[in-house]
Design a binder for this molecule. Structure first.
Ligand SMILES: Nc1nc2c(ncn2[C@@H]2O[C@H](COP(=O)(O)OP(=O)(O)OP(=O)(O)O)[C@@H](O)[C@H]2O)c(=O)[nH]1
Ligand SMILES: [Mg+2]
Length: 317
């Protein structure tokens, strides 16, 4: 046996929970690099993303999943199904909750509509976990938003459900409690040789990650429903002799009038979005990037099978 594989552990951790709970933020924090995009909007993550974290002698393959919610749209149903299927196959299930609503409820403070929705989704996940009959780990996230002691009655209440083997209060944003959680997870994955090169941080083709970076900038900049009705496709990726890379992407919108909204006055909006995406890509790739964005209208993209398969989502749900 080589020293490399002696006493190593490795396994899959499914990160599940309501939209906006902070799953992607937590995965990025544990990996130590950005592998999943994060926005303040719900339903940011659209397909499972694998982030690879090295903790002690363990390799955690963190599967960041789309927030689970009730829905009718075809893309949304595919996301829910993918998240649950991932959880069933994983070595460990990590349920992430935005604790702010739960704490407010205990303190009898009024809940915002977003908190109410999020708690409803949390309860739905708890029901699923009960049905699954496997203990999960609970991460109570966003403890930077309140006094730490205020979370104790929430821990008490949720531990009584009998579905969690351990509960960790954390802040994915500032890192509080995250290394304790990661240590614990590292002991739960089985003894195994590493599943990925320990230097690798994500199992996601670079073209797809680059498309995700642009989609994040679009979501951050555009308002209301529009961000949900677009997708980004990396059409070409060309390595240049001078060491730079030329990336061409299509921003696909469902309606003609959305095109104008994405472009903005005199193309201002798309220029700004492109600049932000390019800057981030340059930092990620550590070289000069020439990014070309084209906005296209395709009224039926959501119904098209092509929109799903590259992401590992099942279409026929
Ligand atoms: N205050 C605070 N905000 C956080 C924390 N973690 C995440 N957030 C914020 O919560 C929002 C949602 O974070 P995401 O990581 O995108 O959440 P998600 O669970 O991946 O969401 P979906 O992909 O939509 O399911 C973002 O605005 C984050 O900055 C935290 O520990 N504290
Ligand atoms: Mg996410």
């Amino acid at each position: 046996m080589t020293p490399d594989t002696e006493n190593t552990r490795a396994g899959f951790v499914a990160v599940i929970g309501a939209p906006n709970a902070g799953k992607s933020t937590l995965v990025n924090r544990m990996v130590g690099a950005k592998v999943a995009i994060v926005t303040q909007k719900v339903q940011t993550t659209r397909f499972p993303v694998r982030g690879i974290a090295m903790v002690n002698d363990a390799q955690l393959v963190l599967v960041d999943t789309p927030g689970i919610f009730r829905t009718r749209r075809r893309l949304d149903r595919a996301m829910v199904k993918a998240a649950l299927a991932g959880a069933e196959e994983a070595d460990v299930i990590l349920h992430v909750i935005d604790a702010t609503g739960w704490v407010a409820e205990k303190l009898k403070r009024p809940l915002t509509p977003a908190q109410k929705r999020s708690m409803e989704d949390d309860r739905r996940v708890m029901d699923d976990l009960k049905e699954l009959g496997r203990p999960a780990i609970l991460a109570l996230n966003k403890i930077d938003e309140f006094d730490h002691l205020e979370v104790l009655p929430v821990i008490q209440e949720l531990s009584e459900l009998g579905i969690y083997s351990d509960i960790f209060p954390i802040s994915a944003s500032n890192g509080d409690g995250v290394s304790k959680l990661a240590d614990h997870l590292s002991g739960l994955v089985p003894e195994s040789p590493y599943l990925y090169d320990p230097e690798q941080t994500a199992d996601l083709p670079m073209r797809l990650l680059a498309a995700e970076v642009t989609r994040e900038k679009l979501m951050l900049r555009l308002h209301e429903e529009l961000p949900y009705q677009l997708m980004v496709d990396t059409e070409s990726w060309e390595e240049r002799k001078d060491g730079s890379v030329r990336i061409q992407q299509a921003v696909i919108v469902g309606r003609e009038n959305h095109k104008g909204m994405v472009l903005g006055k005199g193309g201002n909006s798309i220029k700004e979005i492109g600049k932000r995406a390019r800057e981030e890509l340059e930092a990620m790739l550590d070289r000069k990037v020439h990014l070309f964005l084209f906005v296209k209208v395709d009224e039926r993209w959501e119904e098209k099978k092509d929109s799903y398969t590259p992401f590992g989502l099942e279409f026929d749900v």
